[in-house]
Design a protein around this ligand. Structure first.
Ligand code: GUN
Ligand code: FE
Length: 425
């Protein structure tokens, strides 16, 4: 018998393309050595006798990727949403992040975050920590144990922080980063470091230059924020008078895609030039609709990014956003796209369920490689969803069930979760 091979049976659902779903009830999804190995209406001869878990009418979808989330902000989500970005950071965020100087606080707070991430429909995430190395390592240890695949960043900030949340100098920040990378690179099974300059206002040119050298030495990916809020964009223009647009504040240090796999969160107000450079460099956009609404940042033109064939996934951006569920982010993305179409640009058609589903699965998952789909050779990340907690007398098609789960599900609807072939829930 084939070892390391098993099947899940149920209604299998994945993206054929951003515009089209494949949905097949009563089908077998094969996992072989952690990879997807086909979907069949009847178990083929060579798989006879392999372990098979029958999930009946449950939907089986690819694992979801949260492309942008701040772990230390999970403590205060859904509080203090009365301000815009820069005031929100100074009033609520920086004082709370300063508390992670205390490893005991970090242990307590991060264990709640890690447990909730494990229970969510997400299988992968790109995560910001704080500037503190010990706390960030605690976060990585805790996440590694969940079995989720994650990239975690020690945040860099050497300017415009607060008395309690700022690194002493560019050199101090760079030294701490190298120490942290040496300590964590290849140490964990499921968790890896990702370079994380907070955003341009938090990082001096000197620090960016050092981070660029570190990136070239260790070949780490990187994540940051871009063109989220008008006040922020105006500030970057003042801070970097030599640049033509915000993205250049990163690209001038080779920290903007190309040989440096990059995620930029938000891109709500990116200029044509900025968009062209993101496209050329393959920069990933983390679309965070709930956060952009809560912080009154605006509506990111996800329709345009998708139609231009750019790399785009979904992010919760906790605590700008309140929910870690990327199913919820799909619904939010659809809803704000309707407002964009109605209020801003009638040529930008609302996102469809298919498109939002694609962004939450393969769109963001592809930052991790062949992830977020059930096509052959993809990593076997799967979430099993059951809609028995949301009863209706109506007879629903599988597509309708999926749409309802996108809008209505919570953790109670998750029957099981597999990451790279391993069952973690
Ligand atoms: N820009 C810089 N830091 C942050 C943060 O913590 N949250 C959001 N939404 N934007 C940021
Ligand atoms: Fe963010």
């Amino acid at each position: 018998m084939l070892t390391d091979t098993f099947a899940l049976k149920g209604t299998i659902c994945y993206s054929i393309s951003p515009q089209e779903l494949s949905i097949t009830p009563n089908s077998y999804l094969i996992c072989s050595q952690g990879k997807c190995a086909g979907i069949f209406p009847v178990l083929p001869e060579k798989y006879r006798g392999i372990p098979c878990k029958d999930y009946k009418d449950d939907l089986i979808i690819p694992g979801l990727t949260d492309l942008h989330v701040h772990a230390p902000q999970y403590t205060f989500r859904a509080s203090g949403m009365d301000l815009e970005l820069l005031d929100w950071l100074n009033t609520y965020t920086f004082p709370q992040e300063a508390r992670y100087e205390d490893p005991e606080f970090a242990k307590e707070a991060y264990s709640i975050f890690a447990e909730d991430m494990k229970k969510s429909p997400n299988t992968r995430a790109c995560i910001f920590g704080t500037l503190h190395v010990p706390a960030t390592e605690i976060l990585m240890e805790q996440l590694d144990k969940t079995g989720l695949k994650t990239m975690v960043g020690k945040v860099n900030m050497d300017r415009n922080g607060s008395a309690r949340l700022q690194e002493e100098s560019a050199q101090t920040s760079a030294d701490a980063t190298v120490r942290w990378i040496e300590d964590t690179l290849n140490r964990f099974e499921n968790t890896n470091p990702i370079l994380t300059p907070r955003f341009t206002p938090s990082c001096s040119d000197e620090l960016m230059k050092k981070l660029s050298e570190i990136q070239k030495k260790y070949h780490l990916p990187m994540q940051s924020h871009l063109s989220e809020n008008f006040g922020e964009i105006a500030w970057v223009k003042e801070l970097c008078p030599n640049t033509h647009f915000y993205g250049e504040a990163y690209s001038q240090f080779d920290l903007f895609g190309g040989d440096c796999p990059t995620i930029m969160a938000h891109c709500v107000h990116s200029s044509d030039e900025e968009i062209a450079l993101m496209k050329k460099q393959g920069v990933y956009i983390a679309h965070c609709p709930q956060s952009n609404t809560n912080l009154s940042s605006g509506i990111s033109p996800a329709r345009r990014y998708l139609d231009e064939g750019m790399q785009i996934g979904l992010g919760s951006d906790i605590a700008g956003g309140t929910s870690v569920s990327i199913l919820r982010a799909m619904a939010d993305a659809i809803q704000v796209s309707k407002l964009y179409w109605r209020l801003i640009d009638s040529s930008m058609k609302p996102l469809t369920v298919e498109e939002a589903f694609y962004m939450g699965t393969e769109g963001g998952g592809s930052f991790f490689g062949k992830v977020g789909n059930f096509k052959d050779g993809y990593e076997f990340d799967a979430v099993v969803l059951n809609d028995s907690t949301i009863p209706t007398p109506l007879k629903l098609s599988p597509k309708n069930k999926l749409e309802r789960l996108i809008y209505l599900s919570d953790d109670r609807n998750i029957t099981a979760k597999y990451v790279a072939g391993r069952k973690i829930l």
